[in-house]
Design a protein around this ligand. Structure first.
Ligand SMILES: C[S@@+](CC[C@H](N)C(=O)[O-])C[C@H]1O[C@@H](n2cnc3c(N)ncnc32)[C@H](O)[C@@H]1O
Length: 158
């Protein structure tokens, strides 16, 4: 969210955990993004996306970092194996006419770069797909620390 806001995007940041949203807001402040156009939402992702579809709100790009297992604002169970497809369906419903990208990351064993890429590929024929492993990198000579996987769809002209 902060990288997108810094690049000039109007953002909507959602997490079911109030603490996580407070932490993100604190990070925004530390990055001089206190006044950036970011909607901070504490809600269950599926309930929120369904409401956004009904309201007709549309997005140019979406970044998702779903948990392996979590709880929504009112205790709704989120299991990545059960809820990710519904989440992705809704994500693609709220994308606008000519969206820019969808970036999906995961820290769940089994959700490899190729699996994440294949999940995104179901929605668009055109565009560019990329995927890889997320790494925390250190000083030269320090081993990289694997931190999950990512895949993204970019709406490049075909
Ligand atoms: C892998 S973390 C993402 C952290 C995020 N990338 C960040 O930097 O703040 C997954 C997040 O999903 C949230 N979560 C779990 N269940 C949820 C749900 N049903 N709806 C929305 N968020 C949920 C958790 O609170 C957790 O912060």
């Amino acid at each position: 969210t902060l990288a997108a806001a810094q690049a000039g995007a109007q953002c909507c940041h959602l997490d079911a955990s109030k603490g996580m949203v407070e932490w993100a807001r604190e990070n925004a402040k530390l990055n001089q993004l206190e006044e950036a156009p970011i909607r901070w939402i504490v809600d269950d992702v599926i309930k929120f996306l369904r409401r956004e579809v009904k309201r007709g709100n549309q997005y140019d790009g979406i970044l998702l970092d779903p948990p392996s297992f979590g709880r929504g604002k009112k205790g709704e169970l989120y299991k990545i194996e059960d809820q990710l497809m519904t989440t992705l369906d809704l994500v693609h419903e709220v994308l606008g006419e000519d969206p820019a990208f969808v970036l999906l990351t995961s820290h769940t064993p089994g959700f490899s770069p190729i699996v994440l890429g294949n999940l995104l590929r179901q929605y668009h024929d055109a565009g560019t797909y990329e995927c890889g492993e997320m790494l925390l990198t250190g000083k030269p000579g320090v081993n990289d620390l694997p931190n999950g996987n990512w895949a993204r769809w970019i709406n490049t002209p075909s």
